[in-house]
Design a protein around this ligand. Sequence first.
Ligand code: UT7
Length: 325
Amino acid sequence: MTAKRSVVLGCGSYLPQKVLTNAELAARIDTSDEWIVQRTGIRERHIAAEGEFTSDLALHAARAALDHAGLDAQAIDLIVLATSTPDNTFPATAVAVQNGLGINHGAAFDLQAVCSGFVFALATADNFLRAGAYKRALVIGAETFSRILDWNDRGTCVLFGDGAGAVVLEAQDQPGKPSDRGVLTTHLRSDGRHKAKLFVDGGPSTTQTVGHLRMEGREVFKHAVGMITDVIVDAFNATGTTAEDIDWFIPHQANKRIIDASAHKLHIAPQKVVLTVDQHGNTSAASIPLALAVAVKDGRVKKGDLVLFEAMGGGFTWGSALVRW
Ligand code: UT7
């Protein structure tokens, strides 16, 4: 029996030109390259230029993904854009991207699940495609976290960066076997009891300001590995796969220690882990597609490979997705 699957046709990414190093941060606030590298693995991050918005980053990434897929923008009928740093409160940043691509059919909307945003967006688009509602989707993660950081708070401002990544999905009939290409399973979770551990202290309905990111880092860290590994085990169980079967583990890039500990707990070999946190910092919803684009471009991820995505972030929200490339 055949199964409809959301097959990845291409991916792309974009990083703003300006690079901010740990040394530059240490010249501004009470921190050091040594502390940041030891605690997080981050060495540098990219920062959007003045006048460069989340939609600009997203549009670059979307065009790169369409080029990689060899597809004209008119073939897209769904855009799901994950961001916590939209251009404006409304309309959705996704419609700015849609307009930039010259598309005026289908649907485009934003989705907000903070650092888990890309996995939530991928799952959402996958469900729409498999239901037959749309044919081809752009799934984008795009962020300008530099705009919501408190640059005097050394506990958070050293961690985040700006960027965008995108994938193109197409609904295709596959044989309905574990060897199918496309999104094989997705698992999403949320637990609002933790909402005050990582949040932005402003918003249209509360302060009428944008606000700044606040985080109890140690508390987030404490929960991260358990939540991440639980939801990956769900993906393994749903598909009858094991850590051995995974070709590439592309986690949300928040902290190298969290990534290493999660891979270790799941017995995923270190050489299968794609790491970009050193170069990009934590780019929230953009981090997975940014890392994916690097691993596809350098030839690591090849057709037929089994790729595991995972993310955890504010809310808390967390999720996993297993995709055959
Ligand atoms: O993507 C969304 C999910 N977010 C995450 O996954 C982040 C999870 N949390 C983390 O990655 C880590 O908790 C951090 C990297 C944020 C912090 O690392 P930590 O090992 O948990 O450090 P800590 O917060 O326990 O702080 C240890 C010390 C403190 O000093 P005292 O109180 O021991 O004297 C901090 O004040 O490090 C100090 N500290 C810093 N020192 C130099 C905090 N930030 C800095 C800094 N530079 N930038």
